[in-house]
Design a protein around this ligand. Sequence first.
Ligand SMILES: Nc1ncnc2c1ncn2[C@@H]1O[C@H](COP(=O)(O)OP(=O)(O)OP(=O)(O)O)[C@@H](O)[C@H]1O
Ligand SMILES: [Mg+2]
Length: 221
Amino acid sequence: MSAAVSHELNQPLAAMKTYLAGARLLLQRDRPEEALSSFQRIDDLLERMGAITRQLKSYARKGSEAFEPVDTRAAVSTALALMEPQLKTRAVNIIRTLPNEPVMIMGDRLRLEQVIINLLRNALDATKMAANPTIEILLVAGDTVSIQIRDNGDGIENLDELFEPFYTTKQPGDGVGLGLAISSGIVNDLGGRLTARNAVDGGAIFEVQLPTLEQDVAAAE
Ligand SMILES: Nc1ncnc2c1ncn2[C@@H]1O[C@H](COP(=O)(O)OP(=O)(O)OP(=O)(O)O)[C@@H](O)[C@H]1O
Ligand SMILES: [Mg+2]
């Protein structure tokens, strides 16, 4: 992923230098209108680089020594709370199904929350055109912990490229295509996996599967 990332950051940097040199020239020749449009391009590129670095920050490695017992129910609730402002701006039904007992895993709470937020943001985008936009969050405890996020959008267009860095179907400014690549990296680091499929009745299903923390270990904490 790092080669792809450095290309994606170096390319706009080079482009910005070109636009900047162009703008300087245009100003010297007293053509401020044209210079302004160069500045706008630079602004767009800065915006894109900002989006990339924001995503990458959430992936800053802490290593497994920072792992602690985490109740995944709390991670789901916190992620939903953090998404509240975005969720409020849209008339979307949120159906949350959580067990009554703690569902423990060993991991990094903040990064698990980041994964859930990325999946919720995608689900929110996917239901933009839906007649009755609905997002379901289902947490199931068992041999493995399963967190499912389902939406009633149009479903996934390309299952093969979904997790590739910089694969996006969104407009520039709406997405850079790092959310899922980063999320699957985080889930792998937690010893689990992130999978995606289309539901038979339409919409997408994303599933985070994580190893369950043995109860006796959790009780010893
Ligand atoms: N719930 C979903 N329903 C349908 N398609 C989806 C869904 N989630 C992701 N996708 C597809 O996968 C692509 C990649 O998703 P990803 O989260 O990696 O990047 P992004 O959302 O486009 O941008 P970013 O997350 O970096 O802001 C999306 O552009 C979209 O085409
Ligand atoms: Mg995304």
